[in-house]
Design a protein around this ligand. Sequence first.
Ligand code: 13P
Length: 255
Amino acid sequence: MRRSFIAGNWKLNLTNAESRELASQLVTNLSDVNDRDIVIAPVFTSLTIVAEVIKNSPIQLAAQNCYSQTTGAFTGEVSPILLKDVGCNYVILGHSERRQLMNETDTFINEKLLKALDTGLSPILCIGETLQERENNQMLDVLGRQVKGGLDNLTAAQLTDVVIAYEPIWAIGTGKTATNEQAQEAHSFIRGLVREMFNQDVADKIRILYGGSVKPNNVDGLMAQADIDGALVGGASLKAEDFIRIVRFERGKAK
Ligand code: 13P
């Protein structure tokens, strides 16, 4: 059985005071949860404050990005070592917003992922197709390229520290969630790719999250799918009540 994993990607939102408040509400309402991983990813400038608030709670910290080098003349970048130093266990890499807005390539994402693993940070590798790619029947090619490119040069042992997030771009921030069947089909395909690239054991163990308009009213159905192990939540993770309900998903209540 894979341990469920619910992560909130706060994106470019919330001041320090707002981050502290939201994190405090999550600590108060989720401190009894011990059968699933709970992760939140604030902006860089709030990481230290949020780390302090969630200390001694089941909630873990993620950053939204990192660089592929540890130190040096790289103005404006943040390295995995520094993220580890402020209390992060995870780092989100290859989010579609970065692929699209900052032109991040699979090669660059792979370099960052390898550096993160070297440092002891677990990467959450995001992949996903655009609407046009889906409509042109290119979805499987795109996912294949992103998985193979993102996980290039990893050993099977390293893969146990990686989480994959399937986030169809047409479902992000649009209120259009993939149906349970569409999400399951993609997840099963991704798990198959991991089996081909590595082995059955690693494919059985790797956690694959779904992201794209996950809300309290659709999480139970998504989590009831065989290959969906968790959720990467954007908008709804900014509302304490919604995120708490998503963390407390109940497969048995799936519609
Ligand atoms: P939304 O939940 O707002 O669609 O965002 C999903 C996402 O991009 C999480 O990384």
